[in-house]
Design a protein around this ligand. Structure first.
Ligand code: TXA
Ligand code: MG
Length: 331
Protein backbone atom coordinates (compact mmCIF):
# COMPACT_ATOMS: atom_id res chain seq x y z
CA UNK A 1 0.00 0.00 0.00
CA UNK A 2 2.87 2.38 0.73
CA UNK A 3 4.30 3.27 -2.66
CA UNK A 4 7.64 4.89 -1.95
CA UNK A 5 7.99 6.52 -5.37
CA UNK A 6 4.57 8.08 -4.99
CA UNK A 7 5.45 9.38 -1.51
CA UNK A 8 8.70 10.89 -2.84
CA UNK A 9 6.79 12.50 -5.68
CA UNK A 10 4.34 13.98 -3.16
CA UNK A 11 7.19 15.30 -0.99
CA UNK A 12 8.81 16.98 -4.01
CA UNK A 13 5.49 18.66 -4.89
CA UNK A 14 5.02 19.84 -1.29
CA UNK A 15 8.60 21.15 -1.11
CA UNK A 16 7.93 23.10 -4.31
CA UNK A 17 4.84 24.70 -2.80
CA UNK A 18 2.29 22.46 -4.55
CA UNK A 19 -0.92 20.82 -3.40
CA UNK A 20 -1.41 17.11 -2.69
CA UNK A 21 -4.73 15.38 -2.03
CA UNK A 22 -4.04 12.96 0.82
CA UNK A 23 -6.06 10.14 2.37
CA UNK A 24 -6.59 10.37 6.12
CA UNK A 25 -8.69 8.16 8.39
CA UNK A 26 -11.36 10.89 8.64
CA UNK A 27 -11.73 12.51 5.20
CA UNK A 28 -9.34 13.31 2.34
CA UNK A 29 -7.25 16.41 2.94
CA UNK A 30 -5.81 19.04 0.60
CA UNK A 31 -2.26 19.38 1.88
CA UNK A 32 0.42 22.06 1.52
CA UNK A 33 3.55 23.08 3.45
CA UNK A 34 2.10 24.89 6.49
CA UNK A 35 5.04 27.34 6.55
CA UNK A 36 4.82 28.34 2.89
CA UNK A 37 2.45 31.28 2.57
CA UNK A 38 1.92 31.01 -1.17
CA UNK A 39 1.25 27.27 -0.93
CA UNK A 40 -1.27 27.80 1.86
CA UNK A 41 -2.96 30.56 -0.10
CA UNK A 42 -3.34 28.22 -3.05
CA UNK A 43 -5.32 25.85 -0.79
CA UNK A 44 -7.89 28.59 -0.22
CA UNK A 45 -7.96 29.35 -3.91
CA UNK A 46 -8.47 25.71 -4.93
CA UNK A 47 -11.27 25.30 -2.38
CA UNK A 48 -12.81 28.68 -3.03
CA UNK A 49 -12.71 29.16 0.71
CA UNK A 50 -12.57 32.54 2.49
CA UNK A 51 -8.95 33.07 3.50
CA UNK A 52 -9.58 34.08 7.12
CA UNK A 53 -10.72 30.55 7.97
CA UNK A 54 -8.06 28.81 10.06
CA UNK A 55 -6.54 25.52 8.89
CA UNK A 56 -5.44 22.43 10.81
CA UNK A 57 -1.68 21.78 10.82
CA UNK A 58 -0.99 18.04 10.45
CA UNK A 59 2.06 16.67 12.24
CA UNK A 60 4.03 13.40 12.24
CA UNK A 61 3.86 13.07 16.03
CA UNK A 62 3.50 14.96 19.30
CA UNK A 63 7.23 15.77 19.38
CA UNK A 64 6.48 18.44 16.78
CA UNK A 65 3.94 20.22 19.02
CA UNK A 66 6.37 22.56 20.87
CA UNK A 67 7.44 23.94 17.51
CA UNK A 68 3.87 25.00 16.69
CA UNK A 69 2.38 25.72 20.12
CA UNK A 70 3.64 27.93 22.93
CA UNK A 71 1.80 26.03 25.65
CA UNK A 72 1.85 22.23 25.31
CA UNK A 73 -0.15 21.76 28.51
CA UNK A 74 -0.78 18.64 30.62
CA UNK A 75 -4.21 17.88 29.15
CA UNK A 76 -2.76 18.08 25.65
CA UNK A 77 0.08 15.76 26.64
CA UNK A 78 -2.27 13.13 28.06
CA UNK A 79 -4.65 13.32 25.12
CA UNK A 80 -2.00 13.13 22.43
CA UNK A 81 -0.37 10.21 24.30
CA UNK A 82 -3.70 8.39 24.15
CA UNK A 83 -5.30 9.39 20.87
CA UNK A 84 -2.46 10.31 18.48
CA UNK A 85 -2.16 9.26 15.78
CA UNK A 86 -5.94 9.43 15.36
CA UNK A 87 -8.99 11.59 14.68
CA UNK A 88 -8.44 14.20 17.41
CA UNK A 89 -7.46 17.81 16.62
CA UNK A 90 -6.32 19.96 19.53
CA UNK A 91 -6.23 23.74 19.69
CA UNK A 92 -3.42 25.36 21.64
CA UNK A 93 -1.90 28.82 22.00
CA UNK A 94 0.26 29.26 18.92
CA UNK A 95 3.99 29.77 18.59
CA UNK A 96 5.70 32.17 16.16
CA UNK A 97 6.03 29.35 13.62
CA UNK A 98 2.23 29.23 13.21
CA UNK A 99 1.66 32.25 11.04
CA UNK A 100 -1.53 34.25 10.52
CA UNK A 101 -1.98 32.73 7.07
CA UNK A 102 -2.57 29.33 8.72
CA UNK A 103 -4.36 30.41 11.91
CA UNK A 104 -6.63 32.94 10.25
CA UNK A 105 -5.07 35.60 12.47
CA UNK A 106 -6.12 33.88 15.70
CA UNK A 107 -3.68 33.45 18.58
CA UNK A 108 -4.28 29.70 18.61
CA UNK A 109 -3.36 26.86 16.27
CA UNK A 110 -5.16 23.59 15.45
CA UNK A 111 -2.92 20.49 15.43
CA UNK A 112 -3.64 16.92 14.36
CA UNK A 113 -1.68 13.72 13.73
CA UNK A 114 -3.57 11.44 11.33
CA UNK A 115 -3.36 7.65 11.65
CA UNK A 116 -3.92 6.72 8.00
CA UNK A 117 -0.68 4.94 7.02
CA UNK A 118 -0.15 7.06 3.89
CA UNK A 119 -0.77 10.41 5.60
CA UNK A 120 1.30 9.33 8.55
CA UNK A 121 4.28 8.16 6.47
CA UNK A 122 4.12 11.27 4.32
CA UNK A 123 4.24 13.43 7.45
CA UNK A 124 7.12 11.44 8.90
CA UNK A 125 9.17 12.14 5.79
CA UNK A 126 8.04 15.76 5.53
CA UNK A 127 8.83 16.39 9.22
CA UNK A 128 12.58 16.05 8.48
CA UNK A 129 13.29 15.66 12.17
CA UNK A 130 12.35 19.31 12.60
CA UNK A 131 8.61 19.15 13.24
CA UNK A 132 7.52 20.52 9.89
CA UNK A 133 3.79 20.20 9.23
CA UNK A 134 1.18 20.16 6.50
CA UNK A 135 -1.84 22.45 6.48
CA UNK A 136 -4.80 20.44 5.23
CA UNK A 137 -8.49 21.22 5.15
CA UNK A 138 -10.92 18.68 3.75
CA UNK A 139 -10.29 18.31 0.00
CA UNK A 140 -13.63 19.64 -1.23
CA UNK A 141 -14.82 22.92 -2.69
CA UNK A 142 -16.19 25.26 -0.05
CA UNK A 143 -19.75 24.26 0.86
CA UNK A 144 -19.62 20.83 -0.82
CA UNK A 145 -19.82 17.45 0.91
CA UNK A 146 -16.44 16.35 2.31
CA UNK A 147 -14.59 13.65 0.33
CA UNK A 148 -14.26 10.16 1.79
CA UNK A 149 -12.70 8.59 -1.33
CA UNK A 150 -10.04 9.70 -3.81
CA UNK A 151 -12.72 9.67 -6.51
CA UNK A 152 -14.65 12.36 -4.63
CA UNK A 153 -11.54 14.55 -4.76
CA UNK A 154 -11.01 13.81 -8.46
CA UNK A 155 -14.67 14.63 -9.22
CA UNK A 156 -14.66 17.88 -7.25
CA UNK A 157 -11.18 19.49 -7.37
CA UNK A 158 -9.48 17.22 -9.94
CA UNK A 159 -5.84 16.74 -10.82
CA UNK A 160 -3.83 19.20 -12.89
CA UNK A 161 -3.66 20.16 -15.72
CA UNK A 162 -7.48 20.11 -16.00
CA UNK A 163 -8.03 20.22 -12.23
CA UNK A 164 -6.57 22.15 -9.31
CA UNK A 165 -4.47 19.61 -7.38
CA UNK A 166 -0.91 18.57 -8.33
CA UNK A 167 -1.35 15.01 -7.12
CA UNK A 168 -4.19 13.02 -5.56
CA UNK A 169 -3.07 9.95 -3.61
CA UNK A 170 -5.60 7.12 -3.47
CA UNK A 171 -5.54 5.47 -0.05
CA UNK A 172 -8.94 3.79 -0.25
CA UNK A 173 -12.15 4.84 1.48
CA UNK A 174 -11.71 6.70 4.79
CA UNK A 175 -12.37 4.44 7.77
CA UNK A 176 -13.82 7.00 10.16
CA UNK A 177 -15.61 8.95 7.44
CA UNK A 178 -16.37 12.21 9.26
CA UNK A 179 -13.96 15.01 10.18
CA UNK A 180 -11.84 14.84 13.34
CA UNK A 181 -13.05 15.90 16.76
CA UNK A 182 -11.78 19.42 17.45
CA UNK A 183 -10.96 20.11 21.09
CA UNK A 184 -9.98 23.58 22.26
CA UNK A 185 -7.35 23.27 25.00
CA UNK A 186 -6.23 26.90 24.84
CA UNK A 187 -8.61 28.20 27.51
CA UNK A 188 -9.46 27.39 31.11
CA UNK A 189 -11.90 24.61 30.26
CA UNK A 190 -11.51 21.98 27.51
CA UNK A 191 -14.18 22.53 24.91
CA UNK A 192 -15.26 20.41 21.97
CA UNK A 193 -15.68 22.72 18.97
CA UNK A 194 -16.54 20.00 16.46
CA UNK A 195 -17.87 16.56 17.35
CA UNK A 196 -16.11 13.57 15.83
CA UNK A 197 -15.22 9.94 16.39
CA UNK A 198 -13.37 10.63 19.65
CA UNK A 199 -16.18 11.59 21.98
CA UNK A 200 -16.53 13.66 25.12
CA UNK A 201 -16.65 10.59 27.39
CA UNK A 202 -13.35 9.29 26.03
CA UNK A 203 -11.73 12.71 26.41
CA UNK A 204 -13.07 13.23 29.95
CA UNK A 205 -11.86 9.86 31.11
CA UNK A 206 -8.30 10.64 29.97
CA UNK A 207 -8.01 14.12 31.47
CA UNK A 208 -10.19 13.40 34.50
CA UNK A 209 -12.44 16.42 34.08
CA UNK A 210 -15.61 17.32 32.21
CA UNK A 211 -15.47 18.89 28.75
CA UNK A 212 -17.75 21.63 27.49
CA UNK A 213 -19.50 21.51 24.16
CA UNK A 214 -18.67 24.24 21.91
CA UNK A 215 -19.19 27.11 19.72
CA UNK A 216 -17.11 26.64 16.63
CA UNK A 217 -20.23 26.95 14.53
CA UNK A 218 -21.10 30.29 16.06
CA UNK A 219 -17.80 31.80 15.14
CA UNK A 220 -17.80 33.70 11.87
CA UNK A 221 -14.17 32.69 11.37
CA UNK A 222 -14.53 29.02 10.90
CA UNK A 223 -16.05 26.94 8.17
CA UNK A 224 -18.88 24.73 9.24
CA UNK A 225 -20.40 27.90 10.68
CA UNK A 226 -23.11 27.80 8.07
CA UNK A 227 -25.98 25.76 9.38
CA UNK A 228 -26.32 24.00 6.05
CA UNK A 229 -22.66 23.03 5.78
CA UNK A 230 -22.05 19.45 4.60
CA UNK A 231 -25.40 19.51 2.81
CA UNK A 232 -26.25 17.46 -0.26
CA UNK A 233 -28.08 19.04 -3.21
CA UNK A 234 -31.31 17.18 -2.52
CA UNK A 235 -33.34 18.17 0.48
CA UNK A 236 -32.50 15.87 3.37
CA UNK A 237 -34.91 15.19 6.21
CA UNK A 238 -34.37 13.39 9.50
CA UNK A 239 -37.36 11.31 10.40
CA UNK A 240 -38.28 8.93 13.21
CA UNK A 241 -39.13 5.27 12.58
CA UNK A 242 -42.72 6.03 13.53
CA UNK A 243 -43.11 8.90 11.06
CA UNK A 244 -41.27 7.29 8.15
CA UNK A 245 -44.25 5.44 6.57
CA UNK A 246 -46.41 8.57 6.69
CA UNK A 247 -43.70 10.77 5.20
CA UNK A 248 -42.91 8.37 2.35
CA UNK A 249 -46.60 7.90 1.52
CA UNK A 250 -47.07 11.65 1.47
CA UNK A 251 -44.30 11.90 -1.13
CA UNK A 252 -45.61 8.93 -3.12
CA UNK A 253 -49.02 10.60 -3.45
CA UNK A 254 -47.25 13.45 -5.24
CA UNK A 255 -45.40 10.96 -7.49
CA UNK A 256 -42.16 11.95 -5.82
CA UNK A 257 -39.23 9.63 -5.19
CA UNK A 258 -36.87 9.38 -2.27
CA UNK A 259 -33.61 7.89 -1.06
CA UNK A 260 -33.27 6.46 2.42
CA UNK A 261 -30.51 6.02 4.98
CA UNK A 262 -31.72 3.87 7.87
CA UNK A 263 -30.85 1.14 10.36
CA UNK A 264 -30.77 -2.29 8.69
CA UNK A 265 -34.08 -3.57 10.02
CA UNK A 266 -35.99 -0.55 8.75
CA UNK A 267 -34.03 -0.27 5.49
CA UNK A 268 -34.94 -3.87 4.64
CA UNK A 269 -38.64 -3.00 4.74
CA UNK A 270 -38.15 -0.04 2.39
CA UNK A 271 -35.76 -1.56 -0.10
CA UNK A 272 -38.60 -2.71 -2.41
CA UNK A 273 -40.10 0.81 -2.35
CA UNK A 274 -36.90 2.74 -2.96
CA UNK A 275 -33.85 1.14 -4.48
CA UNK A 276 -31.83 4.09 -3.27
CA UNK A 277 -31.79 2.74 0.24
CA UNK A 278 -28.64 2.51 2.33
CA UNK A 279 -28.53 0.49 5.54
CA UNK A 280 -26.31 0.81 8.59
CA UNK A 281 -25.94 -1.52 11.53
CA UNK A 282 -23.82 0.65 13.84
CA UNK A 283 -22.80 4.26 14.43
CA UNK A 284 -19.22 3.72 13.13
CA UNK A 285 -20.67 2.12 10.00
CA UNK A 286 -23.01 5.05 9.39
CA UNK A 287 -20.16 7.48 9.99
CA UNK A 288 -17.83 5.61 7.62
CA UNK A 289 -20.37 5.64 4.77
CA UNK A 290 -22.38 8.81 5.32
CA UNK A 291 -20.52 11.10 2.89
CA UNK A 292 -20.24 8.32 0.29
CA UNK A 293 -24.00 7.80 0.47
CA UNK A 294 -24.67 11.53 0.30
CA UNK A 295 -22.44 11.78 -2.78
CA UNK A 296 -24.22 8.77 -4.34
CA UNK A 297 -27.71 10.07 -3.57
CA UNK A 298 -26.80 13.45 -5.03
CA UNK A 299 -26.29 11.76 -8.40
CA UNK A 300 -29.75 10.18 -8.29
CA UNK A 301 -32.87 11.71 -9.72
CA UNK A 302 -34.80 11.83 -6.46
CA UNK A 303 -36.83 14.46 -4.66
CA UNK A 304 -35.87 13.81 -1.05
CA UNK A 305 -33.43 11.98 1.18
CA UNK A 306 -34.90 10.54 4.37
CA UNK A 307 -32.59 9.62 7.20
CA UNK A 308 -33.56 7.60 10.24
CA UNK A 309 -30.82 8.69 12.65
CA UNK A 310 -29.25 6.69 15.46
CA UNK A 311 -30.20 7.58 19.02
CA UNK A 312 -28.19 10.27 20.75
CA UNK A 313 -25.20 9.16 22.79
CA UNK A 314 -21.75 10.68 23.18
CA UNK A 315 -20.47 8.30 20.50
CA UNK A 316 -23.17 9.24 17.99
CA UNK A 317 -22.80 13.01 18.58
CA UNK A 318 -20.43 13.46 15.61
CA UNK A 319 -22.55 11.76 13.03
CA UNK A 320 -25.74 13.37 14.41
CA UNK A 321 -24.08 16.76 14.09
CA UNK A 322 -23.31 16.13 10.39
CA UNK A 323 -26.85 14.82 9.78
CA UNK A 324 -28.38 17.85 11.48
CA UNK A 325 -26.26 20.18 9.40
CA UNK A 326 -26.97 18.28 6.19
CA UNK A 327 -30.70 18.48 6.90
CA UNK A 328 -30.72 22.14 7.87
CA UNK A 329 -32.58 24.47 5.56
CA UNK A 330 -30.16 26.21 3.22
CA UNK A 331 -29.65 29.84 4.18
O1 TXA B 1 -10.51 15.38 9.94
C1 TXA B 1 -10.10 16.52 9.72
O2 TXA B 1 -9.89 17.33 10.63
C2 TXA B 1 -9.83 16.89 8.26
C3 TXA B 1 -8.65 16.06 7.75
C4 TXA B 1 -8.24 16.43 6.35
O3 TXA B 1 -7.59 16.14 8.64
N1 TXA B 1 -9.60 18.30 8.13
C5 TXA B 1 -10.57 19.22 8.27
O4 TXA B 1 -10.16 20.51 8.01
O5 TXA B 1 -11.71 18.94 8.56
P1 TXA B 1 -11.19 21.70 7.71
O6 TXA B 1 -10.36 22.86 7.31
O7 TXA B 1 -12.21 21.27 6.72
O8 TXA B 1 -11.81 22.00 9.08
C6 TXA B 1 -10.94 22.52 10.05
C7 TXA B 1 -11.70 23.32 11.06
C8 TXA B 1 -12.05 24.70 10.61
O9 TXA B 1 -13.29 24.72 9.99
C9 TXA B 1 -12.12 25.43 11.92
O10 TXA B 1 -13.44 25.25 12.39
C10 TXA B 1 -11.22 24.68 12.84
O11 TXA B 1 -10.80 23.56 12.13
N2 TXA B 1 -10.05 25.43 13.27
C11 TXA B 1 -8.79 25.43 12.74
N3 TXA B 1 -7.98 26.23 13.45
C12 TXA B 1 -8.71 26.72 14.46
C13 TXA B 1 -8.43 27.59 15.55
N4 TXA B 1 -7.22 28.10 15.74
N5 TXA B 1 -9.44 27.89 16.38
C14 TXA B 1 -10.68 27.36 16.20
N6 TXA B 1 -11.00 26.51 15.20
C15 TXA B 1 -10.04 26.21 14.35
MG1 MG C 1 -14.08 20.98 5.71
Amino acid sequence: MLDNDLLQKAIKILDDGGLVGIPTETVYGLAADAENQEAVQSIYKAKNRPSNHPLIVHLANAKAIPRWASDFNEDAKKLTDTFWPGPLTIILKKSDVAKDFVTGGQDTVALRCPSHPIAHRLLEIFDRGQGKGLAAPSANSFGRISPSTAQHVRDDLGEKPEGKVDLIIDGGPCEVGIESTILDLSGDTPRILREGAIDSDQISSVIGKPVMHGTVYNSPRVSGTLKSHYAPKHKMEMVSVQDLPGRTQFLARQFKTFGLIAPEKIARRFKPVSEKTFAYSSVPELSAHLYQWMHDLDKEDIDRIFVVPPEYSPSSAGVLDRLTRASAKKE
